[in-house]
Design a binder for this molecule. Structure first.
Ligand SMILES: Cc1cc2nc3c(=O)[nH]c(=O)nc-3n(C[C@H](O)[C@H](O)[C@H](O)COP(=O)(O)OP(=O)(O)OC[C@H]3O[C@@H](n4cnc5c(N)ncnc54)[C@H](O)[C@@H]3O)c2cc1C
Length: 524
């Protein structure tokens, strides 16, 4: 063993959740090392939909435009089609209306209008190979250790001791960290070693993700679709569009329970099968990669044990049909990063870290369960149910947090987007061009949004002095914005909203109360 490294946080896994953890810890000024056992980020496109809330988070990191640009080619693809032969289906005169009835389309458009008024962001299509590369690029100055694998770990009340293998050098070394975030995926070794129980209604469907290149641009242009479902006597599976031109993924159902293995599907067998499905027997097809995977719902009972936290697929493995796996993982670590920072900077009690589990476990469990319900009996997406659940899936943050890190006057059910403690801060455009939103104020800091000047600056200064916690003060001195804000939030002239660094409202504050409420939120 060569050398020992020390850091505040070790992140295990350089998938989308681990990379997001790195971005949020960097934003909070926390020192970390990220370990990823592979040489680079994944080549598999997997997640294609970045939901509204996740786009808000990327906006705060200055990455939303890069992701939209990265996903530009995929953007026009929406809707689910069915058939046995793609060419025939796309040439049908009803191909557009087959995706949704006109009534469903109008309903969806109306719902979309309401949704877009609540957020400065909208859904973004961008495949995971591209989004991970963009995130990694943003982290180029950080300590990301690709081709380094976590071998084992132990923790005590002082920290976590992690044994790592540098796979390039073929050497092991030790890292000492205050905390560890395990974003090591569905088969999380860390979750297993922590003995965290799991539950879930696993549909138990095995699929081969066949990622291939074939030029379909001419037949798809103007008739773009998101998924093409095939379920006949010969085969069951779905075709996903990756860039609407030459990249596609076919997910083929196969049956290990009948003795089948991935090796039963060599390229020589798959290429004629794909040509048949696409309806073009002479089409040139190159298979880029084949990845066996399983439709799984697995929910961890809890998301941390002392100094080790689990996030993303390690904490809640979902079917892809709700489009929430990556989104939920990213939102997990955004919730965790500011809490770790506050504890590491001695600004909060350690009990604040328990609220990560209290706040995030139910959200992961909800989406994982929903994703299982969206899997039909044949293992394909139940698109009729998806349409009825549609507005839950766009990802406007219509969930709230109940925990000691939120001060609520009562336990009545949440109303969203009106500034209730436990919900995401309301969005209001701050300029005519609609480029600046009230969410843009926050950027990972405690923020007090006050309706008048009163004594707020003195209260913020007091907190900085006594607790060491910087609080950004926003005084609403623009009459127009103040009126709109008071209207949306039903706050009185002398009230303010204290927003946590994750954009969620921590408390509604009256003069003289800020210090006490902040202490409560920080579990001091
Ligand atoms: C077909 C398909 C479509 C999908 N569509 C969507 C979608 O539209 N929207 C959405 O939100 N989600 C979607 N998902 C789900 C999404 O891909 C996953 O939820 C997401 O990849 C989980 O990210 P993660 O970082 O938590 O885990 P992973 O992506 O599994 O990453 C874990 C990482 O940890 C590394 N690792 C593991 N063990 C170690 C170790 N000991 N040491 C070092 N490194 C280690 C692994 O190499 C890996 O890189 C889809 C999934 C599939 C299969």
């Amino acid at each position: 063993m060569d050398h020992t490294n020390t850091t505040q946080v070790v992140i295990v896994g350089g998938g989308i959740t681990g990379l997001a953890a790195a971005l949020f810890l960097a934003q909070q000024g926390v020192d970390f090392i990220l370990l990823e056992k592979h040489k680079g980020t994944s080549i598999y496109p997997r997640a294609r939909t970045i939901d509204i809330r996740t786009m808000e988070l990327f906006r705060g990191l200055g990455l939303s435009e890069a992701l939209r640009e990265g996903g530009k080619a995929l953007a026009p693809a929406w809707g689910v089609l069915r058939g046995d032969n793609l060419m025939n289906t796309l040439q049908s005169p009803t191909v557009i209306t087959d995706k949704m009835t006109p009534a469903q389309l109008v309903k969806a458009q109306n719902e979309m209008k309401v949704l877009t008024s609540k957020s400065p962001e909208s859904l973004c299509r961008c495949t995971q190979d591209i989004s991970e590369a963009i995130m990694r690029e943003q982290l180029s100055k950080q300590d990301l250790r690709f081709h380094h694998q976590l071998l084992s770990f132990e923790q005590d009340h002082n920290g976590v001791k992690i044994l790592v293998e540098d796979r390039t050098a073929g050497k092991a070394y030790t890292v000492l960290a205050d905390y560890m975030i395990a974003a090591d995926g569905a088969n999380s070794m860390v979750r297993t070693q922590l003995n965290i129980p799991t539950s879930g209604n696993t549909p138990g469907t095995d699929l081969l993700n066949i990622y291939f290149e074939a030029d379909l641009a001419a037949i798809v242009a103007g008739r773009e679709f998101s998924q093409y479902l095939i379920d006949n006597a010969d085969l069951t599976g779905f075709l996903l569009t990756i860039n609407n031109t030459d990249r596609w993924a076919f997910h083929l159902r196969y049956y290990p329970e009948k003795g089948e293995t991935a090796e039963d599907y060599p390229k020589e067998k798959l290429i004629p099968m794909l040509q048949r499905i696409l309806g073009m027997p002479d089409l040139k097809i190159s298979i880029l990669a084949i990845l066996p995977w399983q439709l799984t719902v697995r929910i961890a009972d809890h998301m941390h044990v002392n100094r080790v936290f689990i996030a993303g697929d390690a904490a809640h493995t979902m079917t892809p049909y709700a489009g929430k796996g990556a989104n939920t993982g990213i939102q997990d670590v955004q919730n965790l990063a500011w809490k770790l920072a506050a504890v590491l900077k001695h600004m909060a009690g350690e009990a604040l870290l328990d609220t990560y589990n209290t706040e995030r476990q139910p959200i992961g469990a909800y989406y994982a369960t929903l994703s299982g319900e969206l899997a039909g009996e044949n293992g394909l997406i139940n698109d009729a149910l998806m349409i009825t659940k549609g507005k839950d899936l766009f990802g406007l943050p219509n969930y709230g947090y109940l925990s000691p890190a939120v001060i609520r006057a009562s336990d009545i059910p949440f109303t969203y987007f009106i500034g209730e403690p436990g919900t995401r801060v309301p969005h209001l455009w701050l300029n005519e061009s609609h480029s600046l939103s009230s969410l843009d104020w926050i950027k990972g800091q405690f923020t007090l949004i006050a309706n008048n000047t009163d004594s707020w600056q003195a209260e913020c200064d007091h907190i900085k002095l006594r607790l060491g916690v910087p609080v950004q003060l926003i005084i609403l001195d623009n009459k127009d914005i103040l009126e709109k804000w008071k209207d949306v939030t039903a706050t009185r002239d002398n009230e303010a909203l204290l927003i946590r660094p994750d954009d969620f409202v921590g408390a509604k504050v009256s003069p003289g109360r800020l210090s006490d409420l902040m202490r409560s939120i920080l579990c001091m």
